[in-house]
Design a protein around this ligand. Structure first.
Ligand code: ASP
Length: 429
């Protein structure tokens, strides 16, 4: 009885269907509407713009709250020998991942021609003019709040991480009053972060409509020539994923004296689970089981795997690298400059700390990475059109990037355990 009542709830035919299928259906419908009705369907555009605005609305609060809680969750006490090694390896592999994404992107040039006239206005003119050293210096904000208001990503990341580390120190203070203050601050930001996750969930319910409208607008203006570009961007991203696993993960585990074949035998389980669930958090138990079977002691993986699901996102980093190139080429017709590539590596690596291990989080962080190189996703701009294409494909791209993300957590954990002489056999556990 309750069941049937539930089924008859408000728009249950919509809300009761899997979001992934709805987004894919929205994308397919958008392509058909755009191709069939051409400019007669352009009235749909505000519905797409609304989706972009909703996403942008929550980006800054998400970054601030997740980065602070993420950095605070690495307690200085645990950040001993194992912690420092694992965090460094996580960051290093993430930086490699963005570089691989940029490399395959530069090689394969995935793009669709969005609108060559809106081009220059959307291009990263400010950032392109800045030298790399100025970009580095600008990471340190002179005023944190001005940086938030002006949506300057790197200074916000910088301050938030330092603030989070500060909070983690308060939380382990021997002085009870100080410790309570730290715990209160942490609880506040954890609360904000949870609210933001809920808001993302709610906004994503609108994603099928938003994606349909955005894609319909793109296809109404550009027609079928976009289709080849879609396949190309998916192919480029997946080549990046494959290269990263083969070169970086197999290379690193091999370098640390673990057989890549043995590693993959265990790592394929979290890989597949990550692929189908699109959530690093959801895959944590399977990734832990994989580490256990590889002989990693519990005290290492119980800490490093949840931490990795929070701060280590190599697949997401590869995706950011390729997408930045795709969007720059599509919306501005120009390749990223060296300084912009440097900024992407830096921002995407740091952003991986602030990307929650839940479906679709990487696509929201992409907004910020784009922002950092002067490609602003403003409603109606060419950049927004190119971003819409990526959003339409996000479900497929997210499957691959989550699979890479969790494989990376297992690889780094096994290497650190091995390097510290802690890697035993399963029988030792
Ligand atoms: N879905 C990814 C994960 O859980 C995060 C992302 O969207 O990039 O690891």
């Amino acid at each position: 009885m309750e069941q049937s009542e539930k089924k008859k709830g408000f728009m249950s035919w919509y809300f009761g269907t899997n979001l992934l299928y709805r987004i894919l259906a929205g994308m397919a419908l958008g392509i058909i509407l755009g191709l069939v009705f051409k400019e007669h369907i352009l009235w749909i555009k505000p519905f797409g713009d609304l989706f972009v605005r909703l996403l942008k609305m929550i980006v800054m609060p998400i970054i601030v709250s997740t980065l602070i809680t993420g950095a605070a969750s690495i307690s200085p006490a645990k950040l001993g020998k194992v912690g420092i090694r694992i965090v460094l390896l996580y960051l290093l592999t993430s930086a490699f991942a963005v570089a691989i994404g940029l490399f395959v992107g530069s090689l394969l040039h995935p793009h669709v021609a969005i609108d060559a006239t809106t081009v220059a206005s959307a291009a990263g003119k400010d950032v392109a003019k800045l030298s790399f050293s100025t970009t580095l210096l600008n990471i340190v904000p002179t005023n944190y709040f001005t940086s938030i208001v002006n949506e300057q990503v790197l200074p916000v990341i910088f301050f938030s991480i330092l603030f989070g580390i500060g909070v983690s120190y308060l939380c382990i203070s021997k002085d009870e009053k100080v410790r309570k203050n730290g715990e209160t601050i942490l609880a506040f930001f954890e609360g904000v972060s949870t609210v933001m996750t809920k808001m993302v969930g709610a906004i994503m319910q609108y994603a099928p409509v938003g994606v349909c409208a955005l894609i319909a607008t793109v296809f109404a203006t550009l027609g079928a020539k976009v289709i080849g570009g879609l396949g190309m961007v998916v192919l480029t991203v997946f080549i990046g994923y494959a290269l990263h696993i083969l070169i970086v993960y197999f290379g690193v585990v091999g370098l640390f004296g673990i057989s890549p074949v043995r590693f993959w035998k265990e790592a394929k389980n979290p890989f597949i689970t990550g692929f189908v669930t699109r959530s690093s958090y959801g895959t944590v138990p399977v990734t832990m089981e994989c580490c256990k079977n590889l002989g990693v002691p519990k005290e290492v993986y119980s800490f490093s795997i949840p931490l990795g699901a929070t701060i280590n996102m190599d697949g997401t980093a590869i995706y950011q690298g390729v997408c930045c190139i795709f969007i720059a080429l599509s919306a501005t017709g120009q390749m990223l400059t060296g300084a912009q590539m440097g900024t992407v590596i830096l921002t995407a690596t740091l952003m991986s700390i602030g990307t929650a291990g839940v479906p679709g989080a990487g696509a929201i962080m992409l907004l910020m990475v784009l922002d950092s190189i002067g490609l602003r996703v403003d409603a109606g701009s060419a950049v927004a059109g190119a971003y819409a294409i990526i959003l339409g494909l996000d479900a497929i791209l997210d499957m691959g990037r989550t699979a890479v993300n969790v494989t990376g957590d297992a690889a780094c954990t096994a290497c650190v355990a091995k390097q510290m002489g802690l890697l035993g056999t399963k029988a030792d556990q």
